[in-house]
Ligand binder design. Structure first.
Ligand code: ZN
Length: 279
């Protein structure tokens, strides 16, 4: 369950590619078309919300190509494409658009997701934490809608809900890696404690090693060309640390029972660890 086209790739692309390749049914539900995004492709700059306002429709095609790269074929928009609009950054006028996802009726939006749950019967659902990982209104709302849908879904509710996370230790390694680089996502930050994200390692529940799918994730990232310029720190990261950084994704487990794990903190290496698979 993701907020905008590109979030599936940046946050969970390797995990999605791994499970799709291993034969799991992977369903992506994206809540908005990402209408308020920036545009990093000069020829497409006129599509932006303030001008032609055609970015959302264009991003449907980027998402299609990205999901093909990830091997994920079940791609849906919450309530149908265009039902909910990208709310923009916090405290911007886009928050108040009549279709802004930020202003969505929670139960109505959750109802759309419950229908998906009833159809695909997921054992495991992945979304963001309460702050939407980094505070974007649509990410916070995606979190709320998912958690509400789990409450409303009855026997179609998943056995486990995961939230995306980055362990503190990985964040610290990233800061070290980027110090001195030109596109530094941590510029101005001196201490990992000053960042709004970074989960203590002991609170992480799962470490999903999908390094064999790092290339698929990179291909999906390139498909989101309006959002991710070739100079992006993500490409720098891929070139530097390679598949280790791009192909490993982490999660906390707020709902459900943790399955068997490994290492000092008992991190699961499979989102389906301990899950009951019924007919
Ligand atoms: Zn997003």
């Amino acid at each position: 369950m993701h907020a905008h086209p590109d979030d599936e790739t940046i946050g969970t692309g390797a995990t999605m590619a791994r499970y799709a390749a291993e034969g799991a049914n992977v369903t992506l539900v994206t809540c908005t078309l990402g209408e308020e995004g920036e545009i990093h492709v000069p020829e497409l700059a006129g599509l932006i919300a303030a001008e032609a306002d055609q970015l959302g429709g264009f991003r449907v095609s980027e998402l299609t190509v990205a999901c093909r790269a990830l091997g994920v074929s079940d791609v849906r928009f919450l309530g149908g494409a265009g039902r909910y609009r990208d709310s923009g950054m916090m405290d911007t006028p886009a928050n108040n658009h009549p279709r802004a996802f930020w202003g969505a009726d929670l139960d109505e939006a959750a109802g759309h997701l419950v229908k998906v749950f009833e159809e695909v019967r997921p054992q495991v659902v992945v979304t963001y934490d309460e702050i939407g990982f980094y505070g974007h209104p649509d990410h916070i709302q995606a979190h709320r809608v998912t958690m509400r849908a789990c409450e409303l879904a009855g026997d179609a509710a998943p056995q486990k809900v995961y939230w995306t996370a980055v362990p503190r230790s990985v964040m610290e390694a990233g800061m070290a890696e980027f110090s001195g680089s030109t596109d530094n996502p941590f510029s101005g930050v001196e201490n990992v404690d000053d960042l709004p994200f970074g989960t203590p390692d002991e609170l992480i529940a799962a470490r999903i090693d999908a390094t064999p799918y790092a290339e698929e994730k990179m291909a999906a990232l390139r498909a989101h060309a309006t959002q991710v310029p070739p100079t992006s720190w993500m490409f720098t990261l891929a070139a530097g640390s390679g598949s280790d950084m791009m192909g490993v994704e982490f999660y906390t487990l707020p709902v459900g029972e943790k399955g068997p794990g490994v290492g000092p903190y008992g991190w699961e290496n499979d989102l389906f660890a301990g899950v009951t698979l019924s007919e």
